[in-house]
Ligand binder design. Structure first.
Ligand code: NAD
Length: 117
């Protein structure tokens, strides 16, 4: 049975957005919330809390570092604790690495960690 036409498309869905406090991630968070999803906004930066405050009860900020396995697990656990489930994950956590010979390897390791934990 399909949802009534006036019901938000993502009503009842729970999303986790890493790097959701700023930039592309924040835009994704706003869009998901506008479509009715409950959103866990993961970001190291305090802007995550400000955005969650703007969105009200349908959003929760989480400042966990997603670049570790334990961090990834804690983020999912926080979403399940707050909203009961996870349906959608959008991985926007990232950083801009200026590739110089001395920093390239550690920068690339960090980016790979953020996307794979
Ligand atoms: N903006 C662009 O035009 C563009 C183009 C191509 C790819 N990208 C990639 O998309 C991603 C997001 O880009 P953006 O412009 O929104 O960047 P951004 O810097 O505005 O946002 C990234 C967010 O990720 C957060 N973050 C970083 N490390 C984290 C960690 N370990 N745990 C939790 N949060 C963490 C930061 O605090 C920041 O708020 C980046 O990986 C970027 O390289 C961006």
């Amino acid at each position: 049975m399909s949802a009534p036409a006036d019901e938000p498309q993502l009503a009842g869905q729970v999303a986790v957005v890493t790097g959701g406090g700023r930039g592309l991630g924040a835009a994704v968070v706003r869009s998901l919330a506008a479509h009715g999803a409950q959103v866990l906004i993961n970001d190291l930066h305090p802007d995550a809390e400000q955005l969650a405050g703007e969105l009200g009860a349908s959003a929760l900020a989480d400042r966990t570092d997603v670049a570790t396995f334990a961090g990834g697990r804690r983020i999912v656990e926080a979403a399940v604790r707050a909203f009961g489930r996870v349906d959608i994950a959008v991985l926007c956590a990232g950083l801009c690495v200026i590739v110089r010979r001395r920093t390239a390897q550690s920068g690339i390791r960090t980016i790979v960690a953020m996307r794979t934990r």
